[in-house]
Design a protein around this ligand. Structure first.
Ligand SMILES: [Zn+2]
Length: 307
C-alpha cells in the first residue's frame, strides 16, 4: 500500500505540512486538520482530530526540539489509524473504528516547529542567528537544542509551580530557561488555549529519551490512583519504567500542568533507550513503533471501559 508518511527519515515541519495535506485529502471522513497557532517564526502548529467520539484524549509531541523523532511516531500513528479504519482492519486487538466512534483522539504532532527546524537545518535561516549562536555558547552544532527559537524551554512554561522551577539559567539558552513568565511563548499559548477549550480526559506528551514514564507529579488520592492504573498498563505495553518523583518535583511541564489543573491522568513518555543530548537515531524507530503504536488506542479503550 502507498504510504504518505515515511517515519524513518529526518522529518521536517515542511514534510509534515505536505503529509498532513495529503492525509486530509485521502481520509476526509476520518481526519480533520486544524491550525491552533503559530510559532515565533511563523510556522503553523497543527492539531489533528481522528474520530467523532464524545470523549476526547490528547497526544502531543516535540515540545523539545531535539526530540523530533516523537513527531515521526505520532504522524505514523495518525496515518496507520486512518488506514486501518478505511480498510476495515485492526491494529493488534484494537478495533480502531469502534474506538474512534466512542473516543476522539487529538494529536499535536510538533509543538516546537522552529526548534525542530533549528536542530535539523542549523541557525543560518533564522533572522536571530547571532543570538542563537550566543545562546548555544558559540557552537555551530544545534543538534542538542531543546528550547524554542527564543531560547525558552517550552516544557517549563506551563503554570504548574512555575515560580519554583529548579535549575533555571535565568536567560535564553539551549535548554532549561523557563521564560520571564508562564505561557509567554506562542507555542505554549497555542497548546494551552487549545486544551482549555476542550475536555480531555487523558493526555500524553511524547519526549525522548530513556524509556521512562512520568505519571504522578504531585497527584494524591483518587487522582493518583486512576493515573497509576493507566500508567501500569502503559508501562506493561511499552516495557518502559514508571518514574516516582522526588518530594518536590520541578514543575512547569505540560504533564505537570494537566495533572494539577484538571486532576486527570497525563503522561510524559520518554521513547527510546537513553541516547544522551541528541536526537534519537532513526535505527531505533522500528522498536519504538512496536512499543508505542497501540498506546493511544489502549488509553482510549480504558475510557469507555470505565463508563
Ligand atoms: Zn523532552
Amino acid at each position: 500500500m502507498n504510504r504518505i508518511v515515511n517515519p524513518k527519515r529526518k522529518y521536517t515541519h515542511q514534510q509534515m505540512t505536505y503529509d498532513l495535506d495529503s492525509l486530509q485529502k485521502k481520509y476526509p471522513k476520518i481526519l480533520t486538520l486544524d491550525i491552533i497557532g503559530e510559532s515565533v517564526d511563523g510556522r503553523s502548529i497543527y492539531a489533528i482530530k481522528l474520530g467523532e467520539g464524545k470523549q476526547e484524549i490528547l497526544i502531543n509531541a516535540a515540545h523539545h526540539a531535539r526530540e523530533w523523532l516523537t513527531t515521526n511516531l505520532v504522524m505514523d500513528m495518525i496515518e496507520t489509524y486512518c488506514s486501518v479504519v478505511s480498510n476495515d482492519q485492526d491494529v493488534g486487538k484494537y478495533d480502531v473504528k469502534e474506538i474512534l466512534n466512542k473516543v476522539t483522539i487529538w494529536f499535536i504532532p510538533m509543538v516546537n516547529p522552529d526548534g525542530v527546524t533549528l536542530v535539523q537545518e542549523g541557525a543560518e535561516l533564522f533572522s536571530n542567528r547571532d543570538d542563537l549562536y550566543k545562546w548555544n555558547e558559540n557552537q555551530l552544532d544545534f543538534t542538542a537544542w531543546k528550547a524554542n527559537i527564543r531560547g525558552v524551554d517550552l516544557n517549563r512554561q506551563y503554570p504548574a509551580d512555575w515560580e519554583y522551577i529548579h535549575h533555571d539559567p535565568g536567560h535564553p539558552a539551549s535548554m532549561n530557561f523557563k521564560g520571564h513568565k508562564p505561557i509567554s511563548e506562542p507555542e505554549v499559548k497555542a497548546v494551552y488555549n487549545f486544551v482549555c477549550k476542550h475536555n480531555f480526559k487523558i493526555s500524553l506528551a511524547y519526549h525522548s529519551s530513556g524509556e521512562e514514564i512520568f505519571w504522578k507529579y504531585k497527584s494524591k488520592g483518587k487522582v493518583e490512583q486512576s493515573a497509576k492504573k493507566l500508567a501500569d498498563i502503559v508501562s506493561t505495553k511499552t516495557g518502559y519504567q514508571l518514574i516516582y518523583p522526588s518530594e518536590n518535583p520541578s514543575g512547569g511541564g505540560f504533564t505537570d500542568w494537566f495533572i494539577s489543573n484538571f486532576k486527570r491522568p497525563s503522561f510524559t513518555i520518554e521513547i527510546a533507550p537513553s541516547v544522551g543530548p541528541r536526537p534519537v537515531p532513526l535505527c531505533y524507530y522500528e522498536k519504538i513503533w512496536h512499543e508505542n503504536k497501540e498506546v493511544p488506542l489502549e488509553l482510549a479503550s480504558q475510557l469507555f471501559k470505565c463508563d
